[in-house]
Design a protein around this ligand. Structure first.
Ligand code: C5P
Length: 204
């Protein structure tokens, strides 16, 4: 990928902990895993191929390059918008006292793109929904809007400590309904989700 190396940028906040934990949990169950990860401070999980990317456009390209795949899990906090026409140099104050106008363009929706692939769609596409209110309602409509199979919904409202924290309280939303999972460490959420995925492919 072309390095973008921005001085200033727009991003969504995410530690990457949940995505790394899921990649690791799936690998432990024997899956061949490609982890496409944005900037983070986490060690690469063992037994996983890591593709480091910096933007939504690069993330989509890396996901498409990793196909075909049986399963896609989209846990990244992708920014919906990026600045149109990246500045080649650091943007300096011009003395006018007026802030520069930043035009935004929409980023590709990776989950939606993978969910709606004509040919080569992974058999199971799992998305995440970070919500601050009406968590289950919003996640259920997100599942149908994006066209994915499952949504793992979590409440990231102020005071939950989910963003950057080690614990998560999630709801698993499928076509069959909603399961409320107890609050667990992100590693435990990952292990439980990986087991659910394994059971989906090989029901006992
Ligand atoms: O941002 P939003 O709430 O729509 O995110 C829900 C899901 O969609 C997440 O799984 C996220 O990874 C995915 N998403 C994406 N590409 C975007 C925005 C969100 O894949 N541009």
């Amino acid at each position: 990928y072309e390095a973008i190396d921005p001085v200033r940028y727009l991003a969504n906040r995410s530690s990457g902990k949940q995505g790394h934990a899921i990649a690791s949990a799936l690998a432990k169950l024997g899956a061949e895993v490609v982890l496409v990860a944005g900037p983070n401070n986490l060690p690469d999980p063992g037994g996983v191929q890591v593709r480091a990317i910096e933007s939504a456009v690069q993330m989509l390209a890396a996901c498409e390059a990793a196909l075909p795949a049986d399963i896609a899990v989209c846990a990244a906090a992708v920014a919906d918008w990026r600045v149109d026409g990246e500045a080649g140099q650091k943007i300096k104050k011009d003395g006018s006292g007026k802030p520069p106008a930043l035009a935004l363009v929409e980023n590709p929706d990776i989950l939606k793109t993978l969910s709606q692939l004509n040919g080569g769609r992974p058999d199971l596409v799992v998305g995440f929904a970070a919500e601050t209110e009406k968590v289950v309602d919003h996640a259920q409509s997100k599942r149908t809007r994006k066209g994915c199979d499952w949504i793992v919904a979590n409440d990231v409202g102020p005071g939950t400590g989910v963003m950057g924290g080690d614990e998560n309280t999630v709801h698993l939303i499928t076509a069959q309904g909603v399961e409320d999972w107890p609050t667990m460490a992100k590693d435990a959420v990952a292990a439980a989700l990986a087991q659910r995925i394994a059971d989906y492919f090989e029901p006992s």
